[in-house]
Design a protein around this ligand. Structure first.
Ligand code: HEM
Length: 187
């Protein structure tokens, strides 16, 4: 079974407590107080959740060799005990984005927006995982589920990074965005 498939289940169970759920663009998601993340082998067939968002990790589309080496050198692992804060930012891009050719999208992502450069500049060490939903079906509510884990002292830097990304050319194509901030639940 694929371990690339992940489900994010918002409801009243799970190790992550929802601290804030902010709609940046488009439709909101129903309220949830906790978040559970399951990989394909663990996904319940009938989860008791207010919403379930599914995504799959995939090959890179926009990274060149040099950037990949930089990213790999700096990327931190998920699940570090000190990283008690997380962000699940769900994003859908509009039809205009998907109507572009791959080289046009690359030009916007890289030359016009500097997405990776900004990311590495603001937050060189960030535990992150990108999930593609569109690769599962075009009926998924979002195209991407982005997941980040960081320490409480890094929250301001993360907020700056997100604000900077929301101002780039690429973000003009974002038609739905829900930003969910979480804190690992202590029992
Ligand atoms: C250290 C910070 C970050 C770095 C280094 C980074 C880097 C990257 C890279 C390299 C890709 C392209 C993957 C590929 O080649 O397919 C990517 C895609 C993406 N990132 Fe980031 N990113 C960062 C932060 C963020 C944040 C904070 C958000 C959300 C607010 C975000 C949202 C996305 C989305 C939605 C995509 C998919 C774009 C698409 O395929 O159309 N990233 N990121």
């Amino acid at each position: 079974m694929s371990t690339r498939l992940f489900s994010f289940m918002g409801g009243d169970t799970g190790p992550w407590r929802v601290a804030e759920m902010r709609v940046i663009a488009g439709e909101p998601l129903p309220a949830a107080s906790r978040l559970e993340i399951a990989s394909s082998s663990e996904i319940p067939s009938d989860p008791q959740a207010a919403w379930v968002l599914r995504g799959i990790t995939s090959n890179e589309r926009y990274v060149v060799r040099e950037e990949r080496s930089q990213i790999v050198a700096k990327l931190l692992g998920l699940g570090r005990p000190e990283a008690t804060c997380a962000a699940l930012i769900a994003i859908r891009k509009n039809e205009a984005w998907w109507a572009l050719t791959q080289d046009e999208r690359l030009s916007i992502f890289k030359e016009q927006s500097h997405h990776t450069k900004i990311g590495l500049q603001y937050f060189p060490e960030l535990a992150r995982r990108l999930h593609h939903c569109r690769d599962l079906s075009e009926n998924e509510p979002f195209d991407f589920l982005t997941w980040f884990e960081y320490e409480p002292t890094q929250e301001a830097a993360f907020n700056k990074l997100v604000a900077e990304l929301r101002a780039i050319e690429e973000w003009k194509y974002v038609e739905r965005e829900v930003d969910i901030r979480l804190v690992r639940y202590e029992t």
